[in-house]
Design a protein around this ligand. Structure first.
Ligand SMILES: CC(C)(COP(=O)(O)OP(=O)(O)OC[C@H]1O[C@@H](n2cnc3c(N)ncnc32)[C@H](O)[C@@H]1OP(=O)(O)O)[C@@H](O)C(=O)NCCC(=O)NCCS
Length: 133
């Protein structure tokens, strides 16, 4: 992803946090952010019990230390505190996160082929998961 595109994304995310539309957590070490996760509570009346978990990412230098699990636990607790009892997320098929979510109690709802375009060309499938909390 071009740096400008990434920066625009994160500025938009910061505005959404400031507006109270999403919650975002980051883990920092001495060199900067090493992990992040977002919770997007659904704003529609029929989704007042539901939230989406998004953008779970851990920097390569900090992987394998349980940070992803910690971030997910924080997001889940925040969802409970907000009275949300159903979580959804999607992730690229076959990635590390796919297996991680299954071990953390998420259930696969289904697979959508050709979902996301890759920067180098082609596309990849996504897997949609849900979890009752
Ligand atoms: C997926 C990701 C968030 C995992 O972060 P992490 O902090 O390394 O994960 P944790 O240390 O909490 O490990 C969680 C589990 O995943 C396993 N795991 C982590 N990296 C792994 C790897 N490269 N291969 C296989 N298993 C791996 C751990 O062994 C652990 O397994 P366990 O549940 O049996 O204990 C990180 O690899 C990442 O940011 N990947 C790129 C972005 C991405 O795919 N995000 C998800 C988008 S929805």
């Amino acid at each position: 992803m071009p740096a400008g595109e990434a920066e625009a994304y994160w500025r938009g995310a910061a505005e959404a946090v400031a507006a109270g539309d999403i919650l975002l957590w980051a883990i920092l070490d001495d060199d900067g952010p090493v992990g992040t996760i977002q919770l997007h509570p659904v704003g529609k009346p029929n989704g007042a019990h539901r939230a989406e978990v998004a953008k779970l990412m851990v920097h390569p230098r900090a992987r394998g230390r349980g940070l992803a699990k910690q971030l997910m636990a924080v997001a889940e607790q925040a969802a409970r505190d907000l009275g949300r009892r159903l979580l959804v997320l999607d992730t690229v098929e076959g990635g590390v996160a796919d297996g991680l979510y299954r071990r953390l109690g998420w259930t696969e709802a289904g697979r959508i082929p050709d979902f996301a375009l890759k920067s180098g060309g082609g596309s990849e499938a996504t897997v949609v998961f849900w979890k009752a909390i």
